[in-house]
Design a binder for this molecule. Sequence first.
Ligand code: GLC
Ligand code: CA
Length: 552
Amino acid sequence: MTWWKDRTGYQIYPRSFQDSNGDGIGDLRGIIDRLDHLVDLGIGFIWLSPVYSSPMADNGYDISDYRNIAPEFGTLGDMDRLIAEADKRDIRIVMDLVVNHTSDQHPWFQEASASSQAEKRDWYLWRAPVNGGPPDDRRSYFGGPAWRYSAATEMYYLALFTPEQPDLNWNNADLRAEIWDMMRWWLDRGIGGFRMDVIDHIGKDVDAGIITDGPRLHDHLQEMHREVLAGRDALAVGEAWSATTDTALLYTGRDRGELDMMFQFAHITALWDDGHGKWRPKRFDLTAIKRVWTDWQIALQDDGWNALFWANHDLPRAVSRYGDEGAYRVRSAKALALVLHLMKGTPFVYQGEEIGMTNTRFDRIEDFRDIEVLNHYAEALAAGTAAQDFIAGANANGRDGGRTPVLWDDAPGAGFTTGTPWIGINANYKDINVAVDHADPNGVFAFYRQLIALRRGDGLIVHGRFAPFLDDHPQLWAYTREQAGEQLSVIANISGTEASSPVPPGLQVTGQPVLSSMAPRGSIGTKITLAPWEAFAVRGPLPGPSPTLPAK
Ligand code: GLC
Ligand code: CA
């Protein structure tokens, strides 16, 4: 039942993975054509961002039919073929489940908004105007008010993301029953599970001003488990920006009957400005990042399970945000991967990360595509921000920079499309692409392949206990994993300058080499000195007198 513990996940953002018909938009047939790339990498399942019918206001996170596929991505037949072709290769397909909201074009909302007597009226959240305006002054995440006026019934509906994404009313039992039915319908088609979009929002109590972690959140998740997931071999991974080490086990504790693992974001928000959020990122601070990961590793040491990731379709690319886009691009990509994948949990690779792709930058607002950026741009300008300042922030931390097409080769269109891509392709595609990286035995891909192969079936890496070292070191990241008398030590220089430290007691720096971001240098004594972005792992029997014999 826990096939996902020693496998590595791979996120596909379908619009930008592979176009098969020259319309400039990635599609399901494109994914099928590229499955062997994923086999080669060794991944065990795909998290597929939404491919359902959608007007694409938020690139598919606004669904208008949960039981069909958007025409630009293909057909239900293509989806069945993808599931079958992936299955042949022992790769499972985990679909995105976006059920906090639908599209405003969903027939449910069309019906519900037309009349206050509509049968499905109560599937959404309606409130009467207060003093001729919205019921409260809550703001939406993507700009503008959260309550939107609907003229047909002269009432407001809640839309926490964009007005095109009305929030569903989870208190309605018929709605929940329909969602459970839809989930079973997909599982019966052979998918491997669900990644649940903003799942911490479904228990909200708007009148009490509670949006995440609402009073009924865990009731709903337990009902979902009973009705849909129990007894099935499916992976349930939730997305929760609100999750903390205190709430994590409410979702994933073994006796809870809810989810298998959570995407939490504390390591991401640790580098956001307290007042300005993502638009004004803080300077990189390794000790802050290590502290977050350590807290999560320890909180879920004995129960629950971590989802490990640096990037996804909402975040900047890993090397651009945490590594080095220049001279140390390859080495920093490897170092970041090593420290992430050898922690306890299931690692996720975001498409293109396996070759160390960098963020794409845009000079003009017209080149951006993301509704979040476009909506905030208008707001920011109205509030007096200079366009160039806003664009700098959008390039640093907006969502488009990591959403541009996967770079496959140096053909025009980078092997992604023969047509005009829906968003600009990174200008560095001639130097950074799958073909070039793949041909290099010391490339990023070769390193990821080894890292992913390592954890498959390896008890120490999958289950070993985690212990941190050198917590306050501003450049070095070090931790161990232990199981059955064996220890794995991971040591990385997360910086572009040489770093050193006395070897702390309990940290084993010599042993059987497991993997290294560069050719290992010199000898290591009582002091460790690491070159820029040097990172390695060694394993061996637990150091010191130990009553346990190494188990083999
Ligand atoms: C999640 C998705 C994001 C989307 C939002 C609304 O955070 O990852 O892409 O815009 O939910 O569905
Ligand atoms: Ca296409």
